[in-house]
Every structure is written in C-alpha cells, then in structure tokens.
Design a protein around this ligand. Structure first.
Ligand SMILES: [Zn+2]
Ligand SMILES: [Zn+2]
Length: 319
C-alpha cells in the first residue's frame, strides 16, 4: 500500500499492507486530516518515526469483523486492558499503550490502517465523512468536561483559534458559560467571528481581564504563560498544547494564586459523534482545503501556514 512515512523527512512510500491480528480490524481510509500534533512530530515531538496520521474515517474491510462494511472512526490509544491503569478506568494512560500515528503504531496517512475493534465507533448515517474526521479532536474538546466541573456561571477564555480552539469554543457555547476565544492572528479572530463565535484579538484583552477557566490550545510554548496571566486566583488552567519545545513557566505564581492546572488530552468518542449527528457543532467551515492522498506532501505545506484551520486528505475511493 501507499503510506506517508516520516523517517526524518516526509515521503510517500510503498510499504507492506498491515495485517490485522485477533480482535483487530483492517480499515480502508476514506478521509484523514492533518493535525497540529503531526506538524509537531516533524519537529521532534514524541520522537516518532513511521506512518503518521491519527484523525481519520474509514471503512472496515475485515470480513469477519462485526464492523464489516461500516464507516468507522477510531480511538487512537491502543491499550492492553490488563495493566493497573486499564483496570482502573484510565485506558488512555495504559502503561503498555501505543498511539496510532504518534507512538509505536502505524497511522492513518495510508491506504489501510489496523486498529483493535474495541477502539472503533460507527459513524452515524447523517454525519458526512469529512465531518466525521473531526470526531477525534472534538472528543479531545469534550475531555475538558469529563475532567472538571464547569459551572454555567464560570467565565472562560480560550487561547488559540486553531481547529481545537474553535471546537472547544463551540462546546463551551453549549455550556451556558460566558466565553471568549482569543488569538494573536487577526485573520483567525475574523474567521471565528464569521462562525458566530465571540472572538477577540489577544492584544485587545486588558491586563486586568481574568477568567475562572483558561484553556490553552495555542499550540505554542508561550500559550501557558499568557493564559496564566489572565486566570483568577484558584482558577483552572486547562492545557491542551503539546509542542516539541516545552514551555518555561514561573511556577511561583501557581503557588501564590493557588491555580489548578489540568493537563487534557484525548476524550470520549460517542458524545462527539452525538454532537456531530445533532449538528450542535459546526465543523464543515473548519475545512481549509481537501487534497487527494497523492498530494499529501503539498497538503502538509498548507497545513503549516498560520491561517490554515484543518487540511483534509481524500483517499482513493476503491481498492
Ligand atoms: Zn490530532
Ligand atoms: Zn493497559
């Protein structure tokens, strides 16, 4: 099969087809999407070498699978089910885990991918395939609500109007909170406003303006410091940024202001699919451009541009 391999540089290569083991399914990729994490891997994040890609929708082609012929999305953490973390309900932190396209498991920028069946979720009939590709990042947005109590009386600042920031903001729109999306890039602010989201330029945020909850999804090492400056004492800082270059933060202010810091990563798929199915989150406008799989190297160049939101890859319709 054809796959986008990262081995210090990116290239489309011919590689052997993956073979599913017991409990796994072979999936023919239909759409995939380039995530900021992919771009960070190219800068050294996780030290990953192999087939990239973790946001996808595809059709299960393993005939004996109960998902055979169905379009599915897949949770990216492959857990063992036996370790202490798995047995205490924290399978995304499985001690023996691999992560599709990020850590020791081949990713979705390929004709086929293999995943355990327990990771798969059927895409509801009324969710278009390009929209289904947003399930993984939308689940990551919902993870915030799994991790901490959010009151409708809280005010929230979301820093970073990229794909994840726009999804998180749309989820907060459903929460009843007062919320503002902030970005240094005026074009991204304009774009968010065009979606009906309350967004403003970071420069227009006054020093004294603070929120109970700050979410950093800037994808920049500076994001955490900026977010901390606008957090109320005993407020919650939710960190979504993963970067190759770690941030440098003055920890004294965390002690002084008794801030709560919450690292936040992958989330639950079923509620994400439900939001997409109910059309409560608008994802189609977040698609910057769709490229054919053969043009994926070109697609990576566009995805790295500051104004890109989400670049999708359309894979070949047939085997
Ligand atoms: Zn991602
Ligand atoms: Zn485990």
């Amino acid at each position: 099969m054809k796959a986008l391999v990262y081995d210090g540089k990116l290239s489309l290569q011919q590689v052997p087809d993956p073979a599913p083991k017991q409990g796994e399914a072979l999936i023919r990729i239909r759409y995939s999407s380039i995530c900021n994490t992919d771009l960070e891997i190219l800068k050294g994040y996780m030290g990953f070498k192999g087939i990239l890609g973790h946001e996808f929708v595809g059709e299960v082609i393993t005939e004996k699978s109960r998902f055979f012929g169905k379009d599915v999305v897949g949770e990216i953490n492959i857990s063992c089910g036996r370790c202490y973390m798995c047995q205490t309900g924290r399978k995304s932190h499985c001690t023996n885990r691999s992560v599709m396209g990020i850590f020791e498991h081949a990713g979705a920028f390929a004709d086929y991918v293999v995943l355990p069946e327990k990771n798969l979720h059927v895409v509801p009939a009324n969710v278009e395939l390009p929209a289904a590709v947003f399930t993984e990042p939308l689940a990551a947005a919902l993870e915030i609500f799994e991790q901490t109590k959010i009151s409708p009386t809280d005010n929230v600042f979301i820093f970073g109007a990229g794909k994840l920031g726009l999804l998180i903001t749309q989820v907060f729109r459903l929460s009843g909170c007062e919320y503002t999306l902030l970005d240094i890039n005026p074009d991204k602010v304009e774009f968010a406003r065009g979606l009906g989201l309350p967004a403003k330029k970071l420069n227009d945020l006054q020093v004294e303006e603070r929120a109970e909850i700050c979410v950093d999804c800037t994808g920049s090492p500076d994001g955490i410091g900026i977010a901390l400056k606008h957090l109320r004492p005993r407020g919650k800082l939710i960190l979504k940024t993963t970067v190759a270059d770690p941030a440098k933060v003055d920890l004294n202010q965390i002690v002084m202001h008794e801030f709560n810091i919450i690292g936040s990563r992958c989330g639950v798929f079923e509620p994400a699919l439900s939001l997409l199915s109910q059309k409560l989150v608008d994802v189609e406008p977040l698609i910057t451009k769709v490229f054919a799989f053969d043009e994926i190297e070109e697609a990576f160049k566009l995805a790295a541009q500051p104004d890109s939101i989400n670049v999708l890859i359309r894979h070949k319709p047939e085997r």
